[in-house]
Design a protein around this ligand. Structure first.
Ligand code: NAD
Length: 290
């Protein structure tokens, strides 16, 4: 480190709260070194009420760019100078690039990471019918990116909680911005509608907290609905193999794609935005994600 950091080294960072557990500093610092980029990456604890002053400070320090995690993603989208089309539709950003003249552009690479993870597993979203369980941050990013990338239909299912209205807004936004993709939302409690939608879709996505500890013994779709021509994808990566992914494997589904790849590929996309270079994805996967 003492040989690498000089007076010219550019700072990149993560902001959010909490950030202490984040794997991002290790992943980015390793990738900067491997790709010969003169930069260093730190994590800063910035609670929601300090977002404006935190971002202003990063601007003053001429950081090269920064990532944003919960709970700051929506607030940052509201204060940057420009948003990518996906970040504008999602209403949240996880990556901000800074131009030489200090202009901040917000991006959202969560959906990009999800779609890329499917691609790496031999699955394309173009022309496909998706069922997306969930209407929170991850689900919204996935729905928007899948629609922008040419998905034919997206059926969102969410329980009638505080996220349901968010799902309704996503459906409205997609109808306006991506009319070629038919988006709907239905209460998760409607088991018959869910079963019909799963039978009629090509890709089933879990973007809820179900499957993640302490809900790791639960799934939202009966195993009897999983079949050999269905792709099953989870956003949950803790545990690496959720119960839904295990059931998809047992049912012989066409692909059973866990959430860790989404985490990797959203980072790869952000690294490209920051540096114009390719993160050594395979090495990073083996070193930090296995
Ligand atoms: P969020 O808080 O924004 O949304 C939570 C969602 O889970 C909502 O749709 C809510 O209705 C649903 N939910 C919660 N408990 C439920 C239950 N008991 N039954 C049914 N639905 C329930 O969270 P988020 O940021 O969108 O995260 C959702 C999941 O996606 C989490 O498991 C998270 O780990 C995962 N995630 C993964 C990545 C990745 O890179 N792989 C990135 C972001 C989020």
């Amino acid at each position: 480190m003492e040989n690498r950091i000089s007076g010219h080294t550019r700072l990149y960072c993560l902001i959010g709260s909490p950030v202490g557990h984040s794997g991002s500093p290790a992943m980015y610092n390793y990738s900067f070194e491997r790709t010969g980029v003169d930069a260093a990456y730190l994590a800063f604890e910035i609670p929601l009420e300090q977002v404006e002053e935190g971002v202003a400070a990063l601007k003053t320090l001429h950081v090269g760019g920064f990532n944003v995690t919960m709970p700051d993603k929506t607030a940052v989208a509201g204060i940057v100078d420009e948003l990518s089309p996906a970040a504008r539709l999602i209403g949240a950003c996880n990556t901000v690039t800074v131009s030489e003249d200090g202009k901040l552009t917000g991006h959202n690479t969560d959906g990009i990471g999800f779609v890329q993870n499917l691609h790496e597993n031999g699955v394309e979203v173009k022309g496909q019918k998706l069922v997306v369980l969930g209407a929170g941050g991850a689900a919204t990013a996935i729905c928007v990116q899948a629609a922008l990338d040419g998905a034919a239909e997206i059926a969102i299912f969410n329980r009638r909680d505080e996220f349901y209205a968010n799902g309704e807004r996503t459906v409205e936004k997609l109808a306006q911005a991506v009319p070629g993709c038919k988006a709907t939302i239905t209460p998760l409690e409607d088991a018959d509608a869910l079963a019909d939608a799963v039978r009629g879709c090509n890709i089933l996505v879990n973007a809820t907290k179900v499957g993640m500890k302490p809900l790791d013994d639960q799934t939202l779709v009966p195993a009897s609905l999983l079949r050999s021509d269905l792709v099953v994808a989870d956003t949950v990566y803790n545990p690496r193999e959720t119960r839904m992914i295990q059931q998809a494997e047992a049912a012989g589904c066409k692909a059973a794609v866990g959430g860790i790849g989404m985490l990797l590929w959203q980072g790869v996309a952000a690294f490209k935005l920051f540096t114009g270079k390719d993160m050594p994805a395979q090495e990073v996967l083996e070193k930090f994600f296995s």
